[in-house]
Design a protein around this ligand. Sequence first.
Ligand SMILES: Nc1nc2c(c(=O)[nH]1)N[C@H]1C(S)=C(S)[C@@H](COP(=O)(O)OP(=O)(O)OC[C@H]3O[C@@H](n4cnc5c(N)ncnc54)[C@H](O)[C@@H]3O)O[C@H]1N2
Ligand code: MOO
Ligand code: MG
Length: 431
Amino acid sequence: MLMVEIRKAIHVNEAICRVMSSAITGPKTYVAIEDSLSYYLGEDLLADHDVPAFDRSPYDGFAIRAEDTLDAGKGYPIRLEVIGEIGAGSVHEGEVQANQAVRIMTGAQIPNGCNAVIMLEHVEMLEHDWKTFIQIDRRLTTGENITRTGEDTRQGETLVKKGTYINPGVMALLATCGYKQVPVIQKPKVGIISTGSELLAVDAALEPGKIRDSNSYMLLGQIERAGGIPLLLGQFKDDFTLCYNQVVDALDKVDILLTTGGVSVGDYDYIPAILDKLKARVLFNKVRMRPGSVTTVAEIKGKLLFGLSGNPSSCYVGFELFTRPVIRTYLQSNYPFMRRVVVQLGAAFTRPNPFDRFVRGKLQYENGQTIAMPVGLDKPNIVTSLAEADILIMLPGGAEVYEKEMEVTAILLEDQTGTTMDSFISKQVIH
Ligand SMILES: Nc1nc2c(c(=O)[nH]1)N[C@H]1C(S)=C(S)[C@@H](COP(=O)(O)OP(=O)(O)OC[C@H]3O[C@@H](n4cnc5c(N)ncnc54)[C@H](O)[C@@H]3O)O[C@H]1N2
Ligand code: MOO
Ligand SMILES: [Mg+2]
């Protein structure tokens, strides 16, 4: 009689800890600033100069000396002679004297001698003896309407820390500080092998008993969202030698390897045997979670292989919980884990489950309240629910029944900010 292997299921937190203890960090490299979006910064970004580097005008108007306006008031305008004009990028030569003004545009350097700016709309202009004058009927204070040197930041300040996700705002700072080439952490190459004799290519017509391979493309998107470079290595039928050779071949080409399917206890589930033959160190092969309980992670010569389930929802959740933080660690992110929020559950879950559940859901905003609304059928083989999902609703296992409007924790899938492992794990209920 054949014996079915009984696997020891471990808690999700324990599984995360085991994976993270084998996660490695990637090397530093340089990319052109125009290509730097979504990389992680490889060095602290320091201000190479005061920003701005000179006092400048925030308005189109006139640079003046505040002391010349001491006697100005409603009905008692004072008059200044306009002795020049500068646009942004130009500098007024010489020193502005008493009762003189310079017409100035937004962003232009404040001329020497001036200490205030008055907006164009607040003066009256007049011509007299071929000269231009402005009339001002209010008193200005020293420093009024002047953007000060170093107001934004001071030279030497750390503007962005190493390990920060480069968003468009960080790109502005990189440009401000003159980074044509940006130090970043190299993105990991993450290989995808789909296994299953039932799998068809995406452009193939359906045949009896067959399905199109959707996990490959789902994982491709998940890898990119996590910050890795996906490599589609193909779909392979359930044949031990074929799959074994593909895995061996792939391990040479990638930093992290993902397989989908063939990881459970079925007759054609060859991933466990492949890991065995590779003499891989299996970190776990059963997790107390739904979906994704069959997720298997192993280490082979310093590389992690994620044996993700073939079931689409299980594959998706297994990736987000275990592979994503490994990719983010490779990228040297300071916050490799997904952030969570405490929200109201939008629909009841009355079927108790001994395993922790990660329900695909979306955030909704109703009457000032944030609601975690489950999307689609909550079964591992479901693919349609994934399109709408932007959160995983965590429902800790046990005898509990989850009523609508109860407070639950939702993991944010689209958020790039992230959090630390300690903070991610401490928010989960430990059994
Ligand atoms: N006797 C038991 N049977 C099963 C168990 C168990 O503990 N004992 N676990 C179940 C759970 S839970 C899951 S999840 C699945 C895991 O199956 P595998 O990871 O071995 O995956 P496959 O058997 O290859 O396929 C499962 C399912 O997913 C479809 N699939 C596979 N690859 C793809 C793909 N690339 N794109 C779309 N869909 C895919 C496949 O056709 C199957 O329907 O095992 C349960 N069984
Ligand atoms: O591994 Mo299965 O995904 O628990 O659903
Ligand atoms: Mg199977």
